[in-house]
Design a protein around this ligand. Structure first.
Ligand SMILES: N[C@@H](Cc1c[nH]c[nH+]1)C(=O)O
Length: 380
């Protein structure tokens, strides 16, 4: 890891504005299993402490920074800004050439009520950081969960489906398979048998069915698969049972979601297109659209050229704690996109970690090794 580059980037936040933190590499695993999403949880390096505690190597520094903030009684509830430099650890699939150890410099801003200005402050640090690392031709990709959630929340469907759509909207094939299942039902070859089984399950008392399935899994010696506990697997079974007997997703609702997710391009015209689709489906997403516009106004006031940015409604990141604005700073080399920095807004995470008051948050991380490799500077 290029220490010189890390130090230089930490410095761009300005002396004193961001407090430097250095959270432990070993973290309690459960928090990450619960809050960072399925993709990261499959990539966790898990370890058992002899004391019985389940630990992991930190897969990111946002959650450890939030935990450090919440652990400091003098600070909790007050706005605070933190900077860090360190490695995160993620398992890679067999054959992947992606690194397991990733050096990051990051910035987190907690408790700032002016969301648009905090978003732009963080975006500005990422852009400036990448430029300071010697990459001057990076592109900015933007996403916004607010718009998509506004649309999904306005459509008629069970709450569980909304949550599933929000979790998978950026995952291409997996998302299409989910839409197919919600709209057409289960069409797998053994669908009739599965349906009969799931329908029988859905008639049982939920708690009794849950403990029965958990019992079967434990009896079969399946303690945990793909990072899921028997309890979670049982819950998913029961959810599928409920889905199998629910009214299918309406064709118009499906078409609306698909049309929104196709929107891609410069942010202002893209927003107009999303609004047009929402209006056509009699949905009101004014609050999300206003927040989006306010943020663009702030970006322009800060001297950023929004017309050259690329908004995609299906832009998503692997981490599931994001709740609104998301972005990546991307360089193209040899025809390949290399994401040098990324981040976004995560307004629920601190509450989920135990904060006593609403604590909006936004942050970003810059990937140091890729930046040092691509940049013009001599950072070795
Ligand atoms: N932790 C995220 C970046 C981020 C910081 N804050 C919010 N997001 C990552 O590893 O990509």
């Amino acid at each position: 890891m290029s220490r010189a580059l890390s130090e230089r980037l930490i410095g761009i936040a300005g002396a004193g504005a961001y407090v430097r933190v250095d959270p432990p590499v070993l973290q309690p695993a459960d928090v990450f299993l619960d809050l960072s999403g399925e993709d990261i949880r499959r990539r966790l390096f898990l370890l058992d402490d002899t004391g019985g505690e389940r630990l992991c190597l930190r897969p990111d520094l946002t959650i450890p920074t939030a935990l450090a903030y919440l652990g400091d009684a003098d600070r909790a509830g007050l706005p605070a800004r933190f900077a860090y430099a360190g490695k995160v650890f993620r398992q890679q699939l067999a054959g992947s050439t992606r690194p397991r150890e990733i050096a990051q410099v990051g910035f987190e801003c907690f408790g700032e009520v002016d969301a648009a200005s905090a978003d732009v402050e963080i975006l500005g640090l990422a852009v400036e950081g990448v430029r300071a690392g010697g990459v001057a031709d990076a592109r900015l990709d933007l996403g916004d969960l607010g718009l998509l959630h506004g649309v999904i929340d306005g459509l008629d469907m069970p709450e569980r489906w909304r949550a599933a759509l929000k979790r998978t909207f950026w995952q291409g094939g997996k998302f299409r398979a989910l839409l197919d299942r919600l709209a057409d039902g289960d069409t797998a070859p053994n669908a009739a048998d599965r349906r009969a089984f799931l329908a029988a399950l859905s008639r049982l008392d939920r708690d009794a069915a849950q403990s029965m399935i958990e019992g079967v899994l434990e009896l079969a010696g399946i303690p945990q698969t793909g990072g899921r506990t028997p309890g979670e697997i049982a819950r998913r079974f029961l959810d599928q049972a409920a889905d199998a007997t629910a009214e299918p997703l309406d064709a118009r609702a499906r078409a609306t979601i698909e049309a929104v997710l196709e929107v891609d391009g410069a942010p202002r015209p893209a927003l107009d297109r999303v609004l047009e689709i929402a209006r056509g489906a009699a949905l009101s997403i004014d609050a999300a659209a206003d927040a989006f516009t306010r943020r663009l106004d702030r970006m322009e006031a800060a001297g950023l050229d929004t017309a050259s940015m690329r908004f995609s409604a299906d832009f998503g990141r692997r981490l599931e704690y994001y709740t609104g604005f998301m972005f990546e700073v991307v360089a193209v080399r040899g025809g390949e996109d290399v994401a040098l920095a990324g981040g976004g807004r995560y307004d629920r995470l601190l509450r989920e970690l135990g904060a006593e008051v609403e604590t909006p948050a936004v942050g970003c991380a810059i990937r140091i090794d890729d930046l040092a490799r691509l940049g013009q500077g001599d950072w070795a």
